[in-house]
Design a protein around this ligand. Structure first.
Ligand code: PMP
Length: 361
């Protein structure tokens, strides 16, 4: 007898992470190239000594540190094993069979997966022709069954960013019983200017007075702790309590909690690193545009190349040239911004062999 597995799982694709192989330049998973600062490595080593004990399930010290950094009370903060864990828990806390979860598409690949695993129905709303959220269409997609809406800002993988005014208008249009998750995994890379508007859109400020709005952030990107898995949610205490009910016990390890606290202590230094990424992002984008690519404005630590049917071949050719990028179906290729040498290697491919892939039939 084979084991009896939920039949609907057969059609749900498992999350597929970016590839890696030894020696490759990995620009496929929006990580940081720089490793942990010495102070953070020391905190990790110290925490390892306590690895025989379970972690604090409530991450109280980390939530206190986050609360102080963000100006938010601790009862409005939840932590998770990466923010993807919080995406999953939010779906579990809000939606079940017959319920609908709206998100833009293309966006973060985990949204449809976690929705379907919860037995709920994904409602993907196509991006606009210029690769941004179509908020009017997303608001129009709300039905009596809608329980949760993910808004990914900046959008992974396209990098396009909604302004604070656009988000506010959307939040006004959505019924207040529908939970809206503002996924700000790339918040620290956003700069005022062409796409983001005059002021950086800050979900925590936008959520003030709106008990249905949840902000998701992570230590995986600007804070450089992707391998340790820590993310957090900021929301009304009622939502935080609901997340606690579906929470996997001890999901954030002792090492991850200690590293995240040490990262907050080193925030000034870590956030200064994002300036280098932002400068490289502009350099890479300008070079690609000069080479004839269409590259939407991005506020993430990545750029998006809408290459359509050529995306898979382009990803293969780039891998063959030693640079792993991330193709997405027949939509495009996402390229993480690495350090200057890594970016130069990618640009050398993009402006030569990469162009050949695109030129071929
Ligand atoms: N949200 C978005 C938009 C992302 O791009 C990612 C990572 N790719 C995540 C959430 C999850 O990040 P983590 O689980 O590492 O915090």
């Amino acid at each position: 007898m084979t084991a009896r597995i939920r039949p609907d799982l057969a059609d749900i694709p498992a999350y597929v992470p970016g590839r890696s192989f030894p020696g490759a330049i990995k620009l496929a998973s929006n990580e940081t190239t720089a490793g942990p600062l010495p102070s953070i490595a020391a905190a990790i080593a110290e925490a390892v000594a306590g690895a025989n004990r379970y972690p604090d399930n409530g991450s109280v010290a980390l939530r206190e540190a986050l609360g102080a950094a963000l100006g938010v009370s601790v009862d409005r903060i939840a932590t998770g094993c990466g923010s993807v864990n919080l995406c999953q828990e939010l779906v579990q806390a809000t939606a079940g069979p017959g319920d609908e979860v709206i998100f833009a598409w293309r966006s973060f690949e985990a949204y449809p997966v976690v929705t379907r695993v919860a037995g709920a129905t994904p409602v993907p709303v196509p991006l606009t022709a210029d690769h941004g959220h179509d908020l009017d269409a997303m608001a129009a997609a709300v039905t009596d069954r809608t329980r949760l809406i993910f808004v990914c800002n900046p959008n992974n993988p396209t990098g396009r960013t909604l302004t604070a005014a656009e988000i506010e208008r959307f939040l006004d249009a959505v019924p207040s019983h529908v939970v809206v998750a503002l996924d700000e995994a790339y918040f620290e890379y956003v700069r005022p200017g062409d796409d983001a508007g005059e002021q950086v859109p800050d979900g925590i400020a936008l959520a003030a007075g709106r008990p249905n709005v949840v902000v998701l952030r992570t230590f995986s990107k600007a804070y450089g702790l992707a391998g340790l898995r820590v993310g957090y949610a900021v929301a009304d205490p009622a939502i935080i309590t609901a997340i606690g009910k579906v929470h996997t016990p001890f999901a954030v390890s002792v090492v991850a909690q200690a590293a995240a606290i040490a990262s907050l202590d080193a925030a000034a230094e870590l956030l200064a690193r994002t300036d280098a990424v932002v400068a490289e992002r502009a350099r890479v984008r300008d070079a690609l545009i000069a080479a004839g690519y269409d590259v939407p404005a991005s506020n993430g630590n990545f750029v998006w190349l809408p290459l359509g049917e050529k995306s898979a071949a382009y990803g293969e050719a780039s891998a063959a040239a030693g640079v792993l990028v991330r193709p997405y179906g027949a939509d495009g290729v996402r390229v993480t911004i690495g350090d200057p040498a890594e970016n130069d290697t990618f640009l050398a491919f993009a402006t030569d062999a990469g162009r050949e892939v695109l030129g071929s039939a």
